[in-house]
Design a protein around this ligand. Structure first.
Ligand code: GDP
Length: 181
């Protein structure tokens, strides 16, 4: 056996959902490549990035999927959700409508997955404090009511981006190891 084969490996799919322009792609590019794009790309399709995290001495890989524009047409397909172990549901703290739509995204997620999927509510663009429309408390209490993790992030200045993804990855790992044991 080679050294590579001796290392225990896990690979989990995570999806990012939420309204258009809340910052889904930038959260992923900030996390995976430490990049931020001020101008939205218009590619349509599905894109994913794979990131590795070490937990308990094991290599845990997350394959993180971005809708890449599908949501503009309300056409996020069931294939997108299939096999997901975790989800980041993103809104923009400076646009209340994106927060109001969280319930719709949650319904869609619930209809495509079971309750074991690790879910994180993400209030992105927290750098835009001066034009904030959704308070931190509103985000927190919605998350509490729905049984979601909660965090505010900024893909622009990197606040909490790594933490957001890694809380979800750790939760998936913990869920899976509990089931295996
Ligand atoms: P998506 O459609 O949800 O994937 O959103 P994008 O990642 O394409 O971002 C939409 C727009 O919001 C772009 O102009 C980004 O530059 C901007 N944006 C994304 N994240 C942030 C953030 O954390 N802070 C600020 N101020 N702008 C952001």
């Amino acid at each position: 056996m080679s050294d590579d084969e001796a290392v225990e490996e896990y690979l989990f799919k995570i999806v990012i959902i939420g309204d258009s322009a809340v910052g889904k792609s930038n959260l992923l590019s900030r996390y995976a490549r430490n990049e931020f794009n001020a101008h939205s790309k218009a590619t349509i399709g599905v894109e994913f990035q794979t990131q590795s995290v070490e937990i308990d001495g094991k290599e845990v890989k997350a394959q993180i999927w971005d809708t890449a524009g599908q949501e503009r047409f309300r056409a996020v397909t069931s294939a997108y959700y299939r096999g997901a172990f975790g989800a980041l549901l993103v809104y923009d703290i400076s646009r209340r409508a994106t927060f109001d739509n969280v319930a719709r995204w949650l319904d869609e997620l619930n209809s495509h997955s079971d309750t074991t999927v690790a879910r994180m509510l993400v209030g992105n663009k927290c750098d835009l404090e001066n034009i904030r429309e959704v308070t931190l408390e509103e985000g927190k209490s919605l998350a509490e009511a729905e049984g979601l993790f909660f965090i505010e992030t900024s893909a622009l200045d990197s606040t909490n981006v790594r933490t957001a993804f890694e809380i979800v990855i750790r939760e998936i790992y913990n869920n899976v190891s509990r089931r295996v044991l």
